[in-house]
Design a protein around this ligand. Sequence first.
Ligand SMILES: [Zn+2]
Length: 268
Amino acid sequence: MKTIWLIIKILVVSLLLVSIAITGTVIIYKTNLEKTNTNGTNLVELDNKIINNNTLASEYVARDLVVELPGDNVHIIEEEIDWKILLVNDENPLPSNFKIELAKINGGAKEFDARAIGDLTKLMQDMKAAGVSNIWVQSAYRTPEYQDNLYNNKVQDFIVMGKSQEDAEKLASKWVNKSETSEHNLGLAVDFNNVKRDFENTREFKWLVENAENYGFILRYKREKQTITKVNYEPWHWRYVGLEHAKKMNELDMCLEEYVEYLKNLNK
Ligand SMILES: [Zn+2]
């Protein structure tokens, strides 16, 4: 029994001694560290570490930037190429990051994408100069909220005509796109004159069919493409896609849905 007590006592004392020794070492180490910190060399070392850490941090930032920049550049390049043929329809709403810089058409209240307004202005000037002067912009850029109102009003029109809510929505979407699914929300579409079918019988329409591509505009909802666009024929609605795309689309006789698909396959 005595031996066991002795062993326990020795163990306790040993533990105490070890603890004291460890604490002592830490205190001595800390004091030394503080001393070396104030004596220069180690501080420089520490500084270097800090500098290195900062450098590392900035390298990471730089690398991040490098990683992001090409991405951003590609994005910007893509935007520069693709904003003109951005497909917006029932199945393709505006991208969530969609931003637009607008410019006033002829200084009036109606607005259009600032990047394309020059071509729109030129188109209308040249039309008038060619003696085809009965042309005006009825509708151009619309805010998504305004688009919503138009759509809801159209739905109501059909409900008043005795259609069910579901049928009214289906019918309305053939005439007015829901919010954020209209090219008018994109700022690249323009409705001319009275927004009526008989616009197709005017000299203005004929001039547009012959010349609009030279200004980057296409007839967006053609009669023979209704099954693809899922929008009724609209002779008044013209979409800016830029001169090259407009010419190519007319040459290939493709609507934007077909053309975007065609380009995708080309790039495969
Ligand atoms: Zn329109």
